[in-house]
Design a binder for this molecule. Structure first.
Ligand SMILES: [Zn+2]
Length: 200
């Protein structure tokens, strides 16, 4: 028996979420139909998300539509000549939790992923990054490549080193305390703190 078209459409949408397989997507679809209040709250939250959240024009972290920039970019005390480049918002949040980094951020918002044997960039804000560095190149003294210590992260680092070389700004990487193959997102605070303090 064919499933109702709307349920299939929902399951298809859910499948596009990271870590969700076809069976799980369908189970979630059934669950949402059976639990209308949860589904309605979720629909409203999604609608509000796009109405009330936007990107910080400087670092591309998520901010509320009412804000000009994020609190870090707006904080004068953070105007240190150090810029940390991270892959995703959550990486900046993790670094913030350690309290060991006092500079500014740039969220690349994408990553390198193996595709057909080659590594290619996927939605990285490389042009925006270059524009930002160009604007601040007389002020910046250090760029921290806070990429994940994974194969993809290493490929991204090499790519960034090549792209940013013409700016002639000192470039550092997180210290090697982070477990190889692990991600910043899952690193514990102490390890991450050590990695920032011992960047080379
Ligand atoms: Zn910002």
């Amino acid at each position: 028996m064919a499933l109702p078209r709307a349920l299939v459409a929902l399951a298809t949408a859910l499948r596009r979420l990271p870590g969700i397989g076809p069976r799980q997507a369908l189970r979630l679809g059934f669950f949402l139909f059976r639990n209308k209040p949860i589904a309605q709250a979720m629909a409203l939250a999604l609608k509000t998300l796009y109405e009330e959240v936007r990107l910080c024009p400087k670092c591309f972290r998520l901010i509320s539509t009412g804000e000009q920039t994020c609190t870090i970019c707006a904080n004068r005390l953070r105007r240190k000549p150090t810029l940390a480049i991270v892959e995703e918002d959550i990486d900046a949040d993790q670094l913030e939790k350690t309290g060991a980094f006092q500079g500014l951020y740039f969220i690349l918002g994408g990553r390198f992923s193996p595709r057909g044997g080659a590594l290619e960039q996927q939605g990285l804000r490389i042009n925006e990054l270059k524009a930002r560095i160009m604007q601040e190149k007389d002020f910046l003294e250090e760029i921290v490549l806070a990429t994940n210590p994974t194969a993809d992260g290493d490929a991204l680092t090499l790519y960034l080193l090549r792209e940013l070389k013409p700016f002639g700004i000192k470039t550092t990487r997180l210290g090697r305390g982070l477990p190889l193959g692990g991600e910043i997102e899952h690193a514990d605070e102490e390890t991450l703190k050590g990695a920032i303090e011992h960047r080379t």
